[in-house]
Ligand binder design. Sequence first.
Ligand code: ZN
Length: 157
Amino acid sequence: MKITKQFRSETAHIVRNAFSERCRFNVHGHSYLYEVSIAGEIEEPSGMVLDFKQLEPIKTFIDQFDHCMVLWDGEQDLFKEFFKLNFKRVIIMKKNPTAENMVCVISRFVSQWLADAHPDCYLENIRIWETITGSATGRDFDKDDVFVFISEDCKHG
Ligand SMILES: [Zn+2]
């Protein structure tokens, strides 16, 4: 059985090396919709794979990205420093903040959390809608942490 829960964040980024010049040369934002699907057996007596309320840690993790500027570590130092100095909510990632790489970041967290807290369940996939018409779906992730910097405001809500 598979359950799916949606989460949301309003997040700004800039995607260097994107095909679109609008994305490549402009800081801009998206209303991200995250669909996290988890598979497992139906447990008795609850009759559930997991109670949706048990997925709060995923909400907390994704909330780090809300009203946040997400940057690639490959940006110029001056550019990164500007945001770190003048913005309270900043995340710097080793990889470009594309929907695909965001899937990898969230997948890593959810897979590790499930292994620790609910080892009978596993991550089926994560779909991240960056726009109303465009999404990335997968469950791949890097072994190493992809975060280079997370500002205190992101860590603590
Ligand atoms: Zn974008």
